[in-house]
Write a protein that binds this ligand. Structure first.
Ligand SMILES: Cc1cc2nc3c(=O)[nH]c(=O)nc-3n(C[C@H](O)[C@H](O)[C@H](O)COP(=O)(O)O)c2cc1C
Length: 389
């Protein structure tokens, strides 16, 4: 079983990750992890924090001479901003004076609920861990997962579908290079999206949007129809909804399908020239009954506009209970392009977990044997095709 955990506060010393249940023999390239971390830091509309941080992975264990050992992988991303905070309010040592407390609550954040739940009188005790700085750790774990999936030809990309009122009308197949070259990671309407972000910034406001993750090369059979908590669509929805500011998830045409007749929603099954079974379209987003069906897995996510604004919202003070303006801390204007990279990481982790459940073994060689034999069994003419015994 593959398990992973992260730890770390936004202005603490570092983010820490532990990956357990990793098989041996998978090549891991640290530069590819750094590449994903850089992608998460980018995108038009980010705030001042990204100018301070230069996220880089440090691997402490579980990888030797470029290959996984089968032992737990432990990794770290340093917070460079820590140096500015260490002696003030974020160190572990007891201070000889009480740090200045944050008590002005920010609507749209974990501030109020988290402070009441954990009994804090300083909102910093909540906001430091609730912060999306934590997503750098997820992207690092996802970067390991996607390298493992890459051994089996699975590739994961994402694109921005909309920012505020501006939507891209691009249709698959997408030009992934063009997406990466766009400042907002959109295949079309980049300039209009950039303008919308500039206008929001000028108004002291923020913008959300929608992105789409596409995983290509995913084999049939990941996830299962037999139990609610093994259905891959459910697992993907949980993983994506767990990302900060993510408020809705759709598998395939999800939201659009709800208003269409069935005849325009379902993907008819057609044999290809070799007699293998494919779908004529992919409106289901590669998952039927909670199981991957061999088509690309497509997940869309709606990201809310950032709650911290240059023109702060009305709020209240946690301690005095008097009305005040919300606390302002350096903030992003729009995070949809970065959110797509985080969404990719979460999809990679879910697919890797399901992949190991289906083809699991202790080494790359063992997993490859299991994978090859299963793929062969699904082909036309295979002795095992369509039979369970
Ligand atoms: C990549 C990314 C960056 C974010 N940056 C900020 C930010 O600078 N300021 C802010 O107020 N919220 C930011 N957020 C959103 C908050 O972390 C999030 O809204 C908050 O923790 C409350 O959680 P919820 O929106 O999931 O309910 C960011 C989210 C993501 C995904």
């Amino acid at each position: 079983m593959f398990r992973w955990l992260t730890a770390g506060e936004s202005h603490g010393e570092a983010l820490i990750m532990i990956l357990e249940g990793m098989p041996a023999g998978f090549p891991i390239d640290q530069e590819l992890i750094d590449q994903q971390l850089r992608r998460r830091q980018g995108g038009y509309g980010r705030g001042g924090r990204q100018k301070i941080e230069r996220d880089q992975i440090h691997i402490f264990s579980g990888v030797r001479n470029g290959l996984t050992l089968g032992s737990p992988i432990s990794m770290m991303v340093r917070n460079l901003d820590w140096e500015n905070w260490r002696d003030r309010v974020m160190g572990p040592q007891k201070l000889d004076h009480d740090p200045k407390k944050v008590t002005r609550l920010r609507p749209g954040h974990a501030d109020l609920a988290g402070a009441l739940k954990y009994g804090h009188d300083d909102v910093r005790n909540v906001l430091e861990r609730a912060s999306a700085r934590e997503t750098a750790a997820r992207v690092a774990v996802g970067a390991v997962a996607r390298q493992c999936l890459g051994q089996f030809g699975i590739e994961i990309h994402s694109l921005t579908r909309s920012i505020g009122p501006v939507a891209s009308d691009a249709q698959a197949p997408y030009d992934w290079q063009a997406v990466e070259e766009s400042p907002v990671r959109a295949p079309s309407h980049s300039e209009e999206m950039v303008r919308a972000i500039d206008e929001a910034r000028a108004r002291g406001d923020t913008l959300g949007g929608v992105y789409e993750v596409v995983a290509e090369g995913v084999p049939v059979g990941l996830g299962s129809h037999v139990q609610w908590d093994r259905k891959l669509d459910g697992l993907l929805a949980q993983a994506i909804a767990s990302i900060q500011a993510h408020k809705a998830v759709s598998i395939g045409d999800g939201w659009e399908a709800a208003s269409l007749p069935g005849s325009r929603v379902h993907d008819v099954i057609v044999p290809d020239e070799e007699g293998n079974l494919r779908h004529a379209t992919n409106r289901a987003g590669g998952i039927e009954g909670g199981v991957t069906n061999g088509e690309p897995v497509v997940v869309k996510a709606a990201v809310k506009p950032i709650a911290t604004m240059l023109t702060p919202l009305d709020s209240a003070d946690l301690v005095t209970r008097q009305p005040v303006k919300a606390h302002y801390e350096r903030s992003d204007i729009c995070v949809v392009p970065a959110a797509g990279v985080i969404g990719e990481a979460m999809v990679a982790i879910v697919l890797w977990t399901a992949f190991l459940e289906k083809f699991g073994g202790d080494s790359l060689a063992e997993i490859r044997r299991s994978y090859d034999s299963f793929i062969e069994s699904t082909r036309r003419g295979s002795e095992a095709a369509g039979r369970t015994v």
